[in-house]
Design a protein around this ligand. Structure first.
Ligand code: UDP
Ligand code: MG
Length: 315
Protein backbone atom coordinates (compact mmCIF):
# COMPACT_ATOMS: atom_id res chain seq x y z
CA UNK A 1 0.00 0.00 0.00
CA UNK A 2 1.30 3.44 -0.85
CA UNK A 3 0.57 6.59 1.15
CA UNK A 4 -0.08 8.58 -2.01
CA UNK A 5 -3.27 10.59 -2.23
CA UNK A 6 -6.10 8.44 -3.54
CA UNK A 7 -8.52 9.93 -6.06
CA UNK A 8 -11.05 7.13 -6.23
CA UNK A 9 -12.22 4.39 -3.86
CA UNK A 10 -14.07 1.50 -5.44
CA UNK A 11 -16.49 0.10 -2.87
CA UNK A 12 -17.19 -3.53 -3.72
CA UNK A 13 -19.76 -5.42 -1.61
CA UNK A 14 -19.13 -9.17 -1.92
CA UNK A 15 -21.37 -11.93 -0.67
CA UNK A 16 -20.42 -15.42 -1.83
CA UNK A 17 -18.49 -14.16 -4.84
CA UNK A 18 -15.53 -16.56 -4.62
CA UNK A 19 -15.20 -16.93 -8.39
CA UNK A 20 -15.79 -13.26 -9.19
CA UNK A 21 -13.47 -11.26 -6.94
CA UNK A 22 -10.25 -12.04 -8.80
CA UNK A 23 -11.97 -11.67 -12.17
CA UNK A 24 -13.32 -8.32 -11.04
CA UNK A 25 -9.92 -7.18 -9.80
CA UNK A 26 -8.30 -8.19 -13.10
CA UNK A 27 -10.89 -6.39 -15.22
CA UNK A 28 -10.63 -3.18 -13.23
CA UNK A 29 -6.81 -3.26 -13.25
CA UNK A 30 -6.92 -3.73 -17.02
CA UNK A 31 -9.46 -0.98 -17.72
CA UNK A 32 -7.88 1.51 -15.30
CA UNK A 33 -4.26 0.82 -16.41
CA UNK A 34 -2.39 3.98 -17.42
CA UNK A 35 -5.22 6.33 -16.43
CA UNK A 36 -4.35 9.61 -14.75
CA UNK A 37 -5.92 8.92 -11.37
CA UNK A 38 -5.00 6.85 -8.33
CA UNK A 39 -7.51 4.40 -6.92
CA UNK A 40 -8.05 1.81 -4.23
CA UNK A 41 -10.23 -1.25 -3.89
CA UNK A 42 -12.37 -1.44 -0.77
CA UNK A 43 -13.71 -5.00 -0.83
CA UNK A 44 -16.34 -5.67 1.81
CA UNK A 45 -16.85 -9.36 2.44
CA UNK A 46 -20.39 -9.45 3.77
CA UNK A 47 -20.08 -12.68 5.77
CA UNK A 48 -19.56 -14.95 2.76
CA UNK A 49 -19.83 -18.67 3.40
CA UNK A 50 -17.54 -19.64 0.52
CA UNK A 51 -13.89 -18.86 -0.31
CA UNK A 52 -14.50 -15.15 -0.99
CA UNK A 53 -12.42 -13.97 1.96
CA UNK A 54 -9.58 -16.38 1.19
CA UNK A 55 -9.44 -15.11 -2.40
CA UNK A 56 -9.58 -11.50 -1.29
CA UNK A 57 -6.75 -12.11 1.18
CA UNK A 58 -4.70 -13.68 -1.60
CA UNK A 59 -5.27 -10.56 -3.71
CA UNK A 60 -4.24 -8.39 -0.79
CA UNK A 61 -1.10 -10.45 -0.15
CA UNK A 62 -0.02 -10.80 -3.77
CA UNK A 63 -0.95 -7.50 -5.41
CA UNK A 64 1.22 -5.12 -3.45
CA UNK A 65 1.32 -2.63 -6.33
CA UNK A 66 -2.34 -1.91 -5.79
CA UNK A 67 -4.15 -0.19 -2.95
CA UNK A 68 -6.43 -2.83 -1.51
CA UNK A 69 -8.53 -2.88 1.64
CA UNK A 70 -10.44 -5.98 2.63
CA UNK A 71 -13.08 -5.57 5.32
CA UNK A 72 -14.79 -8.76 6.40
CA UNK A 73 -17.96 -8.81 8.49
CA UNK A 74 -18.64 -11.15 11.39
CA UNK A 75 -21.76 -12.35 9.52
CA UNK A 76 -23.99 -11.35 6.58
CA UNK A 77 -25.31 -7.84 7.31
CA UNK A 78 -26.63 -7.11 3.80
CA UNK A 79 -25.45 -5.00 0.89
CA UNK A 80 -26.61 -1.74 2.48
CA UNK A 81 -24.37 -2.33 5.50
CA UNK A 82 -21.50 -3.30 3.19
CA UNK A 83 -21.85 -0.03 1.27
CA UNK A 84 -21.87 1.89 4.56
CA UNK A 85 -18.72 0.11 5.78
CA UNK A 86 -17.01 0.78 2.44
CA UNK A 87 -17.87 4.48 2.49
CA UNK A 88 -16.76 4.67 6.13
CA UNK A 89 -13.31 3.42 5.21
CA UNK A 90 -12.89 4.99 1.77
CA UNK A 91 -9.71 7.04 1.58
CA UNK A 92 -10.47 8.47 -1.85
CA UNK A 93 -11.61 11.96 -2.76
CA UNK A 94 -14.39 10.22 -4.68
CA UNK A 95 -16.03 6.85 -4.15
CA UNK A 96 -17.87 4.53 -6.50
CA UNK A 97 -20.11 1.66 -5.39
CA UNK A 98 -19.85 -1.24 -7.83
CA UNK A 99 -20.94 -4.90 -7.70
CA UNK A 100 -18.38 -7.69 -7.65
CA UNK A 101 -20.14 -9.79 -10.29
CA UNK A 102 -19.06 -7.66 -13.31
CA UNK A 103 -22.67 -6.85 -14.19
CA UNK A 104 -21.53 -3.25 -13.84
CA UNK A 105 -18.57 -2.61 -16.11
CA UNK A 106 -15.53 -0.62 -14.94
CA UNK A 107 -15.62 1.26 -18.27
CA UNK A 108 -18.82 2.97 -17.05
CA UNK A 109 -16.85 4.25 -14.04
CA UNK A 110 -14.52 6.03 -16.47
CA UNK A 111 -17.52 7.75 -18.11
CA UNK A 112 -18.78 8.75 -14.66
CA UNK A 113 -15.39 10.23 -13.78
CA UNK A 114 -15.35 12.17 -17.06
CA UNK A 115 -18.74 13.70 -16.32
CA UNK A 116 -17.54 14.89 -12.90
CA UNK A 117 -14.27 16.15 -14.33
CA UNK A 118 -15.99 18.16 -17.07
CA UNK A 119 -18.51 19.71 -14.72
CA UNK A 120 -17.23 20.48 -11.21
CA UNK A 121 -20.79 21.28 -10.19
CA UNK A 122 -21.77 17.60 -10.41
CA UNK A 123 -21.60 15.87 -6.99
CA UNK A 124 -22.92 12.45 -7.89
CA UNK A 125 -23.27 10.35 -11.03
CA UNK A 126 -25.81 7.52 -10.86
CA UNK A 127 -26.16 4.76 -13.41
CA UNK A 128 -29.66 3.54 -14.19
CA UNK A 129 -30.77 0.55 -16.21
CA UNK A 130 -32.51 1.75 -19.35
CA UNK A 131 -33.94 -1.65 -20.08
CA UNK A 132 -34.19 -4.31 -17.44
CA UNK A 133 -32.96 -7.79 -18.27
CA UNK A 134 -35.54 -9.52 -16.02
CA UNK A 135 -38.97 -10.69 -17.16
CA UNK A 136 -41.82 -8.33 -18.13
CA UNK A 137 -43.82 -9.07 -14.97
CA UNK A 138 -40.94 -8.26 -12.60
CA UNK A 139 -40.08 -5.18 -14.61
CA UNK A 140 -43.59 -3.74 -14.37
CA UNK A 141 -43.84 -4.57 -10.66
CA UNK A 142 -40.63 -2.61 -10.11
CA UNK A 143 -41.95 0.33 -12.18
CA UNK A 144 -45.15 0.31 -10.11
CA UNK A 145 -43.07 0.38 -6.94
CA UNK A 146 -41.19 3.46 -8.14
CA UNK A 147 -44.42 5.21 -9.13
CA UNK A 148 -45.92 4.45 -5.72
CA UNK A 149 -42.93 5.45 -3.62
CA UNK A 150 -42.53 8.70 -5.58
CA UNK A 151 -46.18 9.54 -4.85
CA UNK A 152 -45.98 8.88 -1.11
CA UNK A 153 -42.49 10.14 -0.31
CA UNK A 154 -40.91 13.59 -0.37
CA UNK A 155 -37.66 12.08 -1.65
CA UNK A 156 -37.35 11.48 -5.38
CA UNK A 157 -36.57 7.96 -6.57
CA UNK A 158 -35.54 7.49 -10.17
CA UNK A 159 -36.97 4.36 -11.80
CA UNK A 160 -34.21 1.85 -12.44
CA UNK A 161 -31.50 3.84 -10.63
CA UNK A 162 -29.01 1.41 -9.14
CA UNK A 163 -26.48 1.61 -6.32
CA UNK A 164 -23.87 1.91 -9.05
CA UNK A 165 -22.91 5.50 -8.24
CA UNK A 166 -19.93 7.79 -8.09
CA UNK A 167 -19.87 10.43 -5.34
CA UNK A 168 -17.59 13.24 -4.34
CA UNK A 169 -16.37 13.76 -0.76
CA UNK A 170 -19.25 16.08 0.10
CA UNK A 171 -21.83 13.41 -0.67
CA UNK A 172 -19.81 10.63 1.01
CA UNK A 173 -19.53 12.62 4.25
CA UNK A 174 -23.22 13.53 4.13
CA UNK A 175 -24.31 9.92 3.66
CA UNK A 176 -22.03 8.89 6.54
CA UNK A 177 -23.76 11.38 8.83
CA UNK A 178 -26.85 9.22 8.59
CA UNK A 179 -26.13 6.46 11.04
CA UNK A 180 -29.57 4.85 11.00
CA UNK A 181 -29.85 1.09 11.25
CA UNK A 182 -32.33 0.57 8.40
CA UNK A 183 -30.36 1.78 5.44
CA UNK A 184 -32.34 2.05 2.22
CA UNK A 185 -29.39 3.43 0.26
CA UNK A 186 -31.34 4.57 -2.79
CA UNK A 187 -33.38 6.79 -0.47
CA UNK A 188 -30.42 8.00 1.59
CA UNK A 189 -28.51 9.00 -1.56
CA UNK A 190 -31.52 10.99 -2.81
CA UNK A 191 -32.29 12.43 0.61
CA UNK A 192 -28.90 14.14 0.96
CA UNK A 193 -29.63 16.12 -2.20
CA UNK A 194 -26.69 17.59 -4.14
CA UNK A 195 -26.38 17.70 -7.88
CA UNK A 196 -26.94 14.24 -9.39
CA UNK A 197 -26.52 13.30 -13.04
CA UNK A 198 -28.15 10.08 -14.29
CA UNK A 199 -26.53 8.03 -17.04
CA UNK A 200 -27.97 4.90 -18.66
CA UNK A 201 -26.07 1.62 -18.53
CA UNK A 202 -26.73 -1.93 -19.56
CA UNK A 203 -26.29 -4.55 -16.87
CA UNK A 204 -24.18 -7.42 -18.18
CA UNK A 205 -24.82 -11.05 -17.40
CA UNK A 206 -23.38 -12.10 -14.03
CA UNK A 207 -19.77 -13.36 -14.49
CA UNK A 208 -20.36 -16.40 -12.26
CA UNK A 209 -22.65 -17.39 -9.38
CA UNK A 210 -26.24 -16.29 -8.92
CA UNK A 211 -28.18 -13.24 -7.77
CA UNK A 212 -28.82 -13.00 -4.04
CA UNK A 213 -32.23 -11.43 -4.56
CA UNK A 214 -35.26 -13.66 -4.15
CA UNK A 215 -38.83 -12.38 -4.65
CA UNK A 216 -39.26 -12.43 -0.85
CA UNK A 217 -36.08 -10.40 -0.32
CA UNK A 218 -37.17 -7.87 -2.96
CA UNK A 219 -40.59 -7.46 -1.33
CA UNK A 220 -38.97 -6.92 2.06
CA UNK A 221 -36.62 -4.39 0.48
CA UNK A 222 -39.51 -2.51 -1.16
CA UNK A 223 -41.43 -2.38 2.13
CA UNK A 224 -38.27 -1.16 3.85
CA UNK A 225 -38.03 1.69 1.33
CA UNK A 226 -41.64 2.73 1.78
CA UNK A 227 -41.58 2.57 5.60
CA UNK A 228 -38.21 4.36 5.79
CA UNK A 229 -39.11 7.22 3.48
CA UNK A 230 -42.82 7.76 3.89
CA UNK A 231 -45.42 8.03 6.63
CA UNK A 232 -48.19 7.57 4.08
CA UNK A 233 -49.16 4.07 5.34
CA UNK A 234 -49.76 5.56 8.80
CA UNK A 235 -52.03 8.20 7.30
CA UNK A 236 -53.68 5.50 5.21
CA UNK A 237 -54.57 3.54 8.34
CA UNK A 238 -56.22 6.62 9.86
CA UNK A 239 -58.12 7.19 6.63
CA UNK A 240 -59.24 3.58 6.27
CA UNK A 241 -60.25 3.50 9.95
CA UNK A 242 -62.30 6.69 9.63
CA UNK A 243 -63.89 5.48 6.39
CA UNK A 244 -64.97 2.15 7.88
CA UNK A 245 -66.43 3.83 10.99
CA UNK A 246 -68.43 6.25 8.87
CA UNK A 247 -69.53 3.43 6.56
CA UNK A 248 -70.77 1.35 9.50
CA UNK A 249 -72.75 4.29 10.93
CA UNK A 250 -74.36 4.86 7.54
CA UNK A 251 -75.16 1.16 7.32
CA UNK A 252 -76.75 1.29 10.77
CA UNK A 253 -78.87 4.29 9.78
CA UNK A 254 -80.04 2.59 6.60
CA UNK A 255 -81.04 -0.52 8.53
CA UNK A 256 -82.86 1.56 11.16
CA UNK A 257 -84.74 3.62 8.57
CA UNK A 258 -85.61 0.50 6.64
CA UNK A 259 -86.94 -1.17 9.77
CA UNK A 260 -88.98 1.96 10.73
CA UNK A 261 -90.48 2.28 7.25
CA UNK A 262 -91.32 -1.37 6.71
CA UNK A 263 -91.99 -2.31 10.30
CA UNK A 264 -89.75 -5.33 9.92
CA UNK A 265 -87.69 -5.86 13.08
CA UNK A 266 -83.91 -5.88 12.65
CA UNK A 267 -82.34 -9.32 12.32
CA UNK A 268 -79.77 -9.94 9.66
CA UNK A 269 -77.05 -12.11 11.11
CA UNK A 270 -75.28 -11.98 7.76
CA UNK A 271 -74.94 -8.23 8.03
CA UNK A 272 -73.51 -8.46 11.52
CA UNK A 273 -71.02 -11.13 10.55
CA UNK A 274 -70.01 -9.05 7.53
CA UNK A 275 -69.52 -5.95 9.67
CA UNK A 276 -67.57 -7.84 12.32
CA UNK A 277 -65.20 -9.22 9.73
CA UNK A 278 -64.92 -5.90 7.89
CA UNK A 279 -64.14 -3.76 10.92
CA UNK A 280 -62.00 -6.46 12.53
CA UNK A 281 -59.95 -6.72 9.36
CA UNK A 282 -59.44 -2.98 9.15
CA UNK A 283 -58.40 -2.83 12.78
CA UNK A 284 -55.84 -5.54 12.22
CA UNK A 285 -54.55 -3.77 9.11
CA UNK A 286 -54.08 -0.53 11.04
CA UNK A 287 -52.42 -2.37 13.90
CA UNK A 288 -50.11 -4.06 11.41
CA UNK A 289 -49.07 -0.75 9.88
CA UNK A 290 -48.44 0.70 13.34
CA UNK A 291 -46.47 -2.41 14.22
CA UNK A 292 -44.21 -2.02 11.18
CA UNK A 293 -43.24 1.50 12.24
CA UNK A 294 -42.98 0.52 15.88
CA UNK A 295 -40.60 -2.33 15.11
CA UNK A 296 -38.39 0.08 13.14
CA UNK A 297 -38.37 2.58 16.02
CA UNK A 298 -37.61 -0.28 18.42
CA UNK A 299 -34.55 -1.36 16.45
CA UNK A 300 -33.35 2.24 15.89
CA UNK A 301 -33.75 2.94 19.63
CA UNK A 302 -31.43 0.04 20.44
CA UNK A 303 -28.79 1.89 18.43
CA UNK A 304 -27.05 -1.29 17.37
CA UNK A 305 -24.04 -1.01 15.06
CA UNK A 306 -24.90 -1.35 11.35
CA UNK A 307 -22.16 -3.96 10.94
CA UNK A 308 -19.41 -5.72 12.89
CA UNK A 309 -15.92 -6.20 11.48
CA UNK A 310 -14.02 -9.45 11.90
CA UNK A 311 -10.89 -8.58 9.88
CA UNK A 312 -9.68 -5.45 8.18
CA UNK A 313 -6.70 -5.80 5.83
CA UNK A 314 -5.02 -2.65 4.54
CA UNK A 315 -6.60 -0.37 7.14
N1 UDP B 1 -24.28 -8.48 -1.85
C1 UDP B 1 -23.83 -8.24 -0.56
N2 UDP B 1 -24.59 -8.70 0.48
C2 UDP B 1 -25.78 -9.34 0.32
C3 UDP B 1 -26.24 -9.53 -0.99
C4 UDP B 1 -25.48 -9.09 -2.05
O1 UDP B 1 -22.76 -7.67 -0.36
O2 UDP B 1 -26.40 -9.72 1.33
C5 UDP B 1 -23.47 -8.02 -3.00
C6 UDP B 1 -23.20 -9.07 -4.05
O3 UDP B 1 -22.07 -9.85 -3.74
C7 UDP B 1 -22.99 -8.24 -5.31
C8 UDP B 1 -23.93 -7.07 -5.08
O4 UDP B 1 -24.19 -7.00 -3.67
O5 UDP B 1 -21.67 -7.78 -5.44
C9 UDP B 1 -25.23 -7.18 -5.84
O6 UDP B 1 -25.84 -8.41 -5.54
P1 UDP B 1 -26.54 -9.32 -6.63
O7 UDP B 1 -25.65 -9.48 -7.82
O8 UDP B 1 -27.00 -10.56 -5.95
O9 UDP B 1 -27.80 -8.43 -7.01
P2 UDP B 1 -28.42 -8.18 -8.47
O10 UDP B 1 -27.27 -7.76 -9.36
O11 UDP B 1 -29.00 -9.46 -8.89
O12 UDP B 1 -29.40 -7.08 -8.25
MG1 MG C 1 -25.55 -8.74 -9.67
Amino acid sequence: MSDKKIDLSLIVPCFNEENNVKLFFGEVAKVFAGKDFTYEFVFVDDGSKDETYKNLKELYDNEKNYNIQVISFSRNFGKEAAIYAGLNNAKGEKACVIDADLQQRPEVVLSMLDIMKNDPDVDCVTAYQESRSEGKAMSSVKSMFYKFINKVSDVEFKDGASDFRLFNRNVIDSVLKMTEYHRFSKGLFSWVGFNTVYIPYTAEERATGESKWSVMKLMKYALEGIISFSTFPLKLSTFVGAFSSIASVIYLLIVLIHSLCTGVSITGTTGIVFLLLFIGGIQLLCLGILGEYLSKIYLEAKDRPVYLVKNHLGK
